[in-house]
Design a protein. Structure first.
Length: 114
């Protein structure tokens, strides 16, 4: 995981974000899908960048560009982030969003982006 994230690990801004990444990568590893780890890193960094941009917009009282990510993922980072339901919610979202990112029709896009 360290090797795959490399310098991109700097985008991980909280323990909850790190835990979600770790659990997702661990699942890929245990399911013998190690080849997807680098794609996950690219996806995760892009997702975190989009969240950061939207939080910046919200701080300026402007409408976020991707409310789905804020509602289904970021909310569970900032509210009760260590509770089992929050961890499970983030994991479910990441699985759905990563499949969307890998899908041939939406390749490289974050779910909910315009």
């Amino acid at each position: 995981m360290d090797e795959s994230f490399g310098e991109e690990a700097q985008t991980i801004s909280s323990r909850a974000v790190a835990v979600s990444a770790y659990l997702f990568v661990e699942d890929l590893y245990t399911q013998k899908k190690e080849r997807l780890i680098r794609s996950f890193v690219s996806f995760y960094v892009k997702l975190l960048g989009e969240i950061k941009s939207d939080l910046k917009l919200l701080s300026k009282y402007r409408r976020p560009t991707n409310p789905i990510v804020l509602e289904e993922f970021q909310k569970h980072i900032s509210q009760a982030s260590v509770e089992p339901y929050a961890i499970e919610s983030r994991s479910r979202f990441l699985l759905k969003a990563f499949h969307y990112y890998l899908d041939a029709k939406t390749k490289g896009k974050i779910i909910g982006s315009k």
